[in-house]
Write a protein that binds this ligand. Structure first.
Ligand SMILES: Nc1ncnc2c1ncn2[C@@H]1O[C@H](COP(=O)(O)OP(=O)(O)OP(=O)(O)O)[C@@H](O)[C@H]1O
Ligand SMILES: [Mg+2]
Length: 781
């Protein structure tokens, strides 16, 4: 099992893998360490990640970003309105969840956010498999700590759509903390932990976590978030500023044109990054709209003023997290920054100001800390890697309660209970007790809906016990219900049971010859209570349907890519061969052949640029190329052979010389070998030598532009022949001087026959096979 961790970001995602005794962040198909979190649709195929980014400007209505902000939401969620500011695709309702309407394969189609994320995860899976050269089936994904049950379940569903199993969803600040803690060998005892505050300001959201580290463990003490504070809010403030400026300067209304807005937003992000390191930055947007090239500039001072609204919100989550941790700022040993937006000097100074001026640290890799920590989390769960023990005590951010109808038999019974309060450990199991006679329902939901993101439904799950066993005494039955907040931060009803107590008499024991009085012992037997449970995960049948659709779309994409590839191959062959016919192939082609091939190449070229050839099937391109090769290959073969033959002749001559000199050597090394055997080697060498000289002479008489009579393959075959013949004779081991315990049956004694002429027997191979390597220990420092 490959060990893989994903930082699923709003703008980009990063993939970590465990290898080379450590963790690597891998690169995608264009060698970038971050893959754009984008999915796009076209007339023939989808484009996901980098290709989606490349075509974004020309296809922005069918390009969907903000994937992690959409999943698990409904179209009516007020926060989806906010997302629309950053999205150009049309958002629609898809079976009760938010989705996008796009033009795909020439038709209007809709996909739910879960499907879109599934597509994206599929791309990350392919990037990883491609890099590791093994299929990837399991990976750990980092999600914001503010994700609710429904969002977490939707992420797992999306992964399932991509055929992926997720052994754990990890809160992203916790992943950062894990990556931090596991590398520290000097952590204190638990009585006196080291408290660190982690601050992540990314593209769309800000997370703060206070974490206590001690030997071999971390405890998340508190978390706080601003779900709408990130780089994109800064880009947007800039965009509004320049849109207003361009209204007067160029008389254009950028905000009225999605395309112009998109172009300006790209320029603003660039400008923002320059301003992180410079006091002033230019803005240039070519052909923003109406063929106008817009330009402007901004000073650091103006910039900080413009984004003051965003900056002023930074203090709240920091102070909240500190207060909830129960610590003072002096008890925090370091403030570690991650996330692209913490590169902005004004963001840093606001963080520092909110925390009493304490210096900030950037000891972690700001871009990759989440992916690294997430990969460590995956390594813990993998049998193939040994990692230094490190225990993660994470907490839930939102309180969860269960609710039920009052039992008719008990007017004083409460009707709800907070089972997992804020700060409850993850994972955690709690047993609830109910006294019932009738079937009953229990609902699990978030206890404080006002604290949840946007319009997220607080409902989590329902439990229905259909059949409550009757109590033998006619009393209410005591039903125990096991609830669990699992490693993903997802709550579920696990089991329900009734405890039956049996008193069994145990056989009396004789003590000092006297029979002791019989003892009664209580035995508790758990009897399962049948129940059904509902939650917001997709029905298995729907997941299967999406999975099938996904596989189909994946196959279509692959076919389109393969077709494009074959088309390019045909095009390349046409130009390449035509050029070479006058150049390096010139002496290897007869004039009639040349005329024929040139004609065919021209025909293929004309076809490629015809309507038919522009958009043909894979097999049509393959067919055309194959037909050209039938004529072209013999010419290429003659040319290649003229070079290969020389090399093969030299190799054969070298082998012949080597064996000949060994067979005729007076060296003591060969003294034990039978003279007759040595003579056979000499004769064999002479025969082959003669064959070679004859063949070379025959070949020399032929013109270059006809098929050769002597090929490099013939020569290599002869070389194999002499190797097979000579090596066993010339490597025959010397008899041992002292004979100890002779083996009765003649097992082959060390004479090795090489598998093929190019392979030399390796005495070390057997040993390596016998040693079963222990799983590699990961180097965490
Ligand atoms: N040098 C820089 N100066 C200013 N901003 C920067 C710089 N480098 C990156 N950014 C910004 O950081 C943001 C991306 O950060 P990051 O990769 O942490 O976000 P993400 O993980 O995709 O988003 P999120 O964590 O919110 O889901 C972008 O808004 C980008 O413009
Ligand atoms: Mg992030």
């Amino acid at each position: 099992m490959a060990v893989v961790g994903i930082d699923f970001g709003t703008l980009h995602s990063k993939i970590g893998v465990a290898r080379n005794r450590g963790i690597d962040i891998i690169v995608n198909e264009v060698s970038n360490r971050a893959t754009p979190s984008l999915v796009a649709f076209g007339p023939k195929q989808r484009a996901i990640g980098e290709p989606a980014k490349t075509q974004e400007t020309s296809n922005f209505r069918n390009t969907i970003g903000s994937l992690k902000r959409l999943i698990g939401r409904t179209i009516s969620d007020p926060e989806i309105e906010i997302e629309k500011k950053y999205l150009n695709a049309k958002l629609v309702d898809v079976a009760g969840t938010v989705g996008a309407e796009v033009s795909y394969l020439g038709e209007k189609q809709t996909f739910s956010a879960t499907q879109l994320v599934g597509m994206y995860f599929g791309k990350l899976r392919d990037i990883t498999s491609n890099e590791l050269k093994v299929p990837v089936t399991d990976l750990v994904i980092a999600v914001p700590g503010w994700y609710t049950d429904i969002q977490r379940r939707a992420i797992l569903d999306a992964a399932a759509v991509a055929g992926l199993n997720v052994p754990r969803l990890i809160n992203d600040s916790t992943a950062v903390a894990l990556g931090y803690g596991i590398t520290k060998s000097d952590l204190p005892e638990p009585e006196n932990p080291r408290n660190i505050m982690f601050v992540d300001v990314g593209h769309s959201s800000m997370s703060v976590a206070v974490v206590a580290f001690s030997k071999g463990q971390l405890h998340v003490k508190s978390t706080a978030y601003d779900r709408h504070l990130g780089g994109r809010d800064i880009d947007y403030a800039l965009l509004r500023h320049f849109a207003a400026e361009f209204k007067t300067k160029y008389k254009i209304d950028v905000l009225s044109s999605p395309k112009a807005m998109f172009r300006l937003a790209v320029g603003c992000e660039k400008l923002k990054k320059i301003l992180s390191a410079n006091m002033e930055a230019p803005l240039n947007v070519e052909s923003i709209m109406n063929d106008i090239d817009a330009s402007s500039k901004l000073s650091r001072e103006q910039y900080e003023e413009l984004i003051d609204d965003v900056l002023s919100r930074i203090a709240t989550p920091l102070q909240q997290a500190l207060a909830d941790s129960g610590l003072t700022i002096d008890q925090i040993e370091a403030i570690e920054l991650v996330g692209g937006t913490t590169r902005i000097p004004a963001v840093r100074s606001r963080i520092q100001a909110a925390l009493g001026g304490k210096p900030l640290s950037t000891t972690l890799n700001q871009e990759e800390a989440i992916a690294r920590g997430t990969t460590f989390a995956c390594a813990f769960l993998s049998p193939t890697f040994r990692v230094r023990d490190f225990v993660i005590h994470d907490i839930t951010h939102y309180p969860i309660k269960v609710r039920w109808e009052q039992s008719p038999a008990d007017a004083d019974e409460d009707t709800e209970l907070v089972v997992f309060p804020t700060g409850n450990g993850i994972p955690s199991t709690k047993i609830l007790t109910f006294y019932r006679k009738e079937p009953f329902d229990i609902e699990a939901e978030y206890a404080d809906p006002s604290g949840l993101p946007g319009g997220i439904n607080p409902w989590i799950a329902r439990f229905t016990a259909k059949n409550v066993p009757t109590d033998p005494n006619g009393d209410l039955t005591c039903v125990k219900l096991k609830t669990r907040l699992n490693l993903h931060g997802i709550m579920s009803f696990e089991t329900a049971y009734v405890e039956e107590v049996e008193e069994r008499e145990e056989a009396p024991m004789e003590v000092d010859g006297e029979a002791a009085p019989p003892k009664k012992k209580r035995h508790v037997k758990k009897v399962e209570v049948p129940f059904v449970t509902y939650n917001s995960s997709l029905d298995r049948s729907i997941v299967e349907k999406f999975k099938e659709q996904e596989a189909q779309m994946h196959a279509t994409d692959k076919l389109v890519m393969d077709t494009e590839d074959r088309k390019n191959a045909l095009e390349e062959y046409v130009y390449d061969t035509r050029g070479k016919l006058d150049d390096r192939y010139a002496s290897y082609v007869q004039s009639s052949e040349k005329q024929k091939l040139l004609g065919m190449l021209q025909e293929a070229e004309d076809w490629l640029y015809s309507e038919e050839g522009e958009d043909a099937t894979k097999s049509a391109y393959v067919g055309k190329l194959d037909a050209l090769k039938v004529v072209g290959d013999p010419i290429v073969f003659r040319f290649r052979e003229s070079e290969e033959r020389v090399k093969a002749i030299a190799q054969l001559r070298q082998s012949l010389n080597e064996y000949l000199s060994q067979a005729t050597s007076s060296d003591d090394k060969y003294a034990h070998i039978d003279e007759k055997d040595k003579q056979n080697v000499v004769e064999k060498c002479a025969t082959i030598q003669k064959w070679l000289d004859d063949q070379i002479a025959r070949q020399a008489e032929r013109p270059k532009n006809v098929d050769p009579v002597l090929t490099s393959a013939d020569i290599t075959k002869k070389r194999d022949e002499i190797i097979y013949f000579a090596v066993p004779i010339l490597t025959k081991p010397k008899p041992k001087p002292v004979k100890v315990d002779p083996t009765p049956t003649g097992t082959p004694n060390g004479t090795q026959t090489p598998q093929s002429g190019t392979q030399t027997p390796d005495p070390g191979a057997r040993k390596a096979e016998e040693e079963i390597p222990a799983p590699p220990e990961m180097d965490v420092d």
